[in-house]
Design a protein around this ligand. Sequence first.
Ligand code: A1EG2
Ligand code: FE2
Length: 314
Amino acid sequence: MPIRLECLSHTPLQGYFDPAPDVLNEVERVQAAARERVLAYDPELVVVFAPDHYNGFFYDLMPPFCIGAAADSIGDYKSLAGPLPVPGALARDMAESVLAADIDVALSYRMQVDHGCAQALEVLTGGLDRFPVIPVFINSVAPPMATLRRARLLGEAIGRFLERTGKRVLVIGSGGISHEPPVPLLAGASDEVAQRLIAGRNPTPEGRAARQARTLAAAKSFTAGDSGLHPLNPEWDLAFMDKMASELLAVDGMTNDAITRDGGRSAHEIRAWVAAFGALSAYGPYRATNDFYRPIPEWIAGFGAMHAAPVAAA
Ligand SMILES: O=C(O)CCc1cccc(O)c1O
Ligand SMILES: [Fe+2]
């Protein structure tokens, strides 16, 4: 019943607006090393905790958490489109087991995932369909959100289920750390933007291109230092990574308001890491390694990567 963990930031701007070659090369080395670890481990099941950016989940029905029993990647930015090989019966059993542990989770047989999920799978496995995968959506951009503690408890409940499967499992957390790309808020939005956030599924190619162009323009002005976006916060990011390595329960004291204040509105994506570490923690004590951290304004990302395994396996 082995388990391994990989957590990493994502950014759809990789390949559109890259940092200096030495930084890009270092990130690519870190990503390649993570992929080599994963391929050598050869998981029988991947569970990927990931946010969504108003591509698969909207305010017509916004759950705090959702397990995918069948899922497609929509292919925004440069991420791959196509079906994920989801073991549906196992995903359904996972949902049942989580609910039995008093954690309310939604279940979808038609989940759409975006770069938040797809990029992690591509980086860590080389594609969308290399291994059986269960995607777990964690709302990280659409307030109100569940607490960070709840993400940890969701992860723990999933970890207890995974241990009982006896499978060789990889858990992935995709997102964070501090960052605030131009993702709109429903509160105060114009009617047009509000409609997009409530009912914006499957936009026109023009609509999608306009959105991607806005993100790229925002990255350029953020890098030039003349944007109102929340600054990256390396100190907060490194403190968060330390918590993941040695003090997971400390996240229970982090309020949603403090996350927004210190890390920016999309820093809530850290709950994907928290859930992944929660799942790992269900197997007992673990050892985590900080593989990379750097604030990368070109990507609007406090960009981090960690991996971890149970102490007994190390
Ligand atoms: O919603 C969008 O299109 C913006 C996406 C986006 C941009 C920068 C960093 C990220 O982590 C991210 O997800
Ligand atoms: Fe994101």
